[in-house]
Design a protein around this ligand. Structure first.
Ligand SMILES: Cc1ncc(COP(=O)(O)O)c(C=O)c1O
Length: 473
């Protein structure tokens, strides 16, 4: 109902366009269909003196971006690890903007602080993490890594008599960071942001699936008794593989190392009795980074940092200022987060968890994993397709083999990229490529609550069609 106020008319138009977009998800091409030049032509309007009526801007915006959006909420979007939007999370996200809370402190935004506190407790339970862990809701796994590293830096250096918040890092005991060879690029960025420097990264020998070899970790740990961080993986980016937490974490702790776990999407398997065994022992780590905007299907931006040791967590993040009103009972986000002013990003997570409940989260995980397995297996049955990595959770990889006689590995690499590009350009499904163990592969990631069997059928048919066309070209 348009009451005639600027808010009402702009929001009505936004709701209309959102509804048209979301109800058409199944039919519109999954990839953007207009060029950069076209988007610039549409959006690069002259900056004029007089402003424009809000509802008109919303109508113009919807028309201008038409065909220029990647439909990552579609059930046939399998690139990277992105996920869609649950209805309540999306709606709560709209309200978050309408309410425009500065969710830094209880005194500034009481309901935002409490919703976040409650959602944080729910997350710990769903992800199988200690009840006593502290947490921060940040923009994504990237900032979750940073938050965890800032805390690790504080705790490790304090043991060496160094106050990093006061003294900085110049002249401090150097921190080593032991990882497998497949760590996510955002972890490396976090290492840079935390001032630890990429020279601190030491690669520990990995198995073929990217998981760390315990004997190799033990050997590297014994090489120094300086401050050390061990980064482990709960769900490798490409293979979905899990490190052997039960063996690796006690080893690291014997050497007083801090164990950080990248569980951007893989930590969610804790919510499923079928997959929970993959995470055995993970709760003994010191920090964990995960995402909401991937597998929980909440809108961007939503990442979570969890820390087993609340004291160094608040010591590294919190600050006091005379003009602030610090809560005595409630939870102030500023004590745990790297940001000051910030979005009330607890609301969409709160809504998503309520919408799904424990059963719904378990179902989401089981369903996505089942679809990933079916998709990779069925693609692998097509001629000239090789399964490079069979999904153990929701990630897998296939490779397309150039059928021409005498084709080399380079030909197969080029052919794989050609098929990915051709499927994606048409827009029936969206995939990304990766160089894995020296070969080009197509990554398959199923993270959307919307993906169903029909999506898998349509996708297999599309790949078959494009593979056939590329083979006879
Ligand atoms: C394993 C892993 N870690 C970290 C990240 C980074 O997450 P974000 O993009 O939320 O910062 C990703 C994103 O794809 C990921 O797959």
């Amino acid at each position: 109902m348009d009451t005639g106020t600027p808010f009402a008319s702009a929001l009505e138009r936004a709701a209309h366009h959102a509804k048209v977009f979301l109800e058409g998800l199944d039919e519109i091409p999954v990839s953007a269909q207009v060029t950069y030049e076209e988007l610039i032509k549409r959006l690069n309007r002259p900056l004029v003196d007089a402003g424009v009526e809000p509802a008109t801007i919303i109508d113009d915006l919807a028309a201008d971006v038409d065909g220029g959006l990647t439909i990552s909420s579609s059930g046939r979007f399998f690139a990277w690890v992105i996920g869609g939007n649950l209805p309540s999370a999306l709606a709560a996200d709209w309200l978050t903007s309408a309410w425009d809370q500065n969710a830094g402190m209880f005194a500034v935004a009481p309901a935002a602080a409490v919703a976040e506190e409650v959602a944080g407790e729910w997350l710990k339970e769903l992800l199988g993490l200690p009840k006593t862990a502290s947490f921060a809701m940040v923009t994504g796994c990237q900032m979750a890594h940073f938050t965890c590293l800032a805390v690790a830096r504080h705790a490790l250096l304090a043991k060496h008599g160094w106050d990093v918040e006061k003294q900085g890092l110049a002249g401090s005991p150097p921190i080593r960071i032991l990882t497998n060879d497949q760590y996510h690029a955002t972890f490396e960025l976090a290492v840079r942001y935390a001032g630890l420097g990429t020279d601190a990264l030491v690669t520990v020998e990995s198995n073929a699936d990217g998981t760390m070899v315990p004997e190799a970790l033990e050997k590297v740990l014994a090489e120094s008794d300086g401050p050390t961080i061990v980064q482990l993986q709960a769900g490798d980016l490409n293979t979905g593989a899990y490190d052997a937490f039960e063996a690796l974490i006690p080893l690291a702790h014997q050497h007083d190392a801090w164990v950080h776990v990248d569980g951007a999407f893989g930590l969610w398997c804790a919510a499923s009795p079928m997959y929970r065994h993959l995470l055995k022992g993970v709760k003994h780590a010191d920090s964990w980074a995960a995402d909401g905007h991937k597998w929980l299907n909440v809108p961007f931006d939503s990442g979570y940092a969890f820390i087993a040791h609340p004291e160094p967590h608040s010591a590294s993040m919190s600050i006091r200022a005379s003009y602030l009103i610090h809560a005595s009972e409630a939870r102030d986000q500023v004590d745990w987060n790297p940001e000051w002013s910030r979005r009330g990003r607890g609301f969409p997570t709160y809504a998503a968890i309520r919408e799904l409940g424990r059963d719904g989260v378990r179902d989401l995980i089981d369903r996505c994993n089942g679809h990933a397995h079916a998709l990779v297996t069925r693609l692998g049955q097509l001629p000239n397709v090789e399964v490079a990595s069979e999904p153990i959770i929701n990630q897998g990889m296939v490779r397309f083999l150039d059928p021409k006689p005498g084709a080399t590995d380079e030909d197969h690499d080029a052919f794989t990229d050609q098929v990915i590009a051709s499927v994606t350009a048409e827009g029936e499904a969206f995939f990304g490529g990766v160089t894995w163990r020296g070969m080009r592969c197509m990554r398959v990631s199923v993270s959307s609550w919307l993906t169903n069997e029909r999506d898998i059928d349509r996708t297999v048919a599309a790949v078959k069609r494009h593979l056939g066309a590329a083979s006879t070209a």
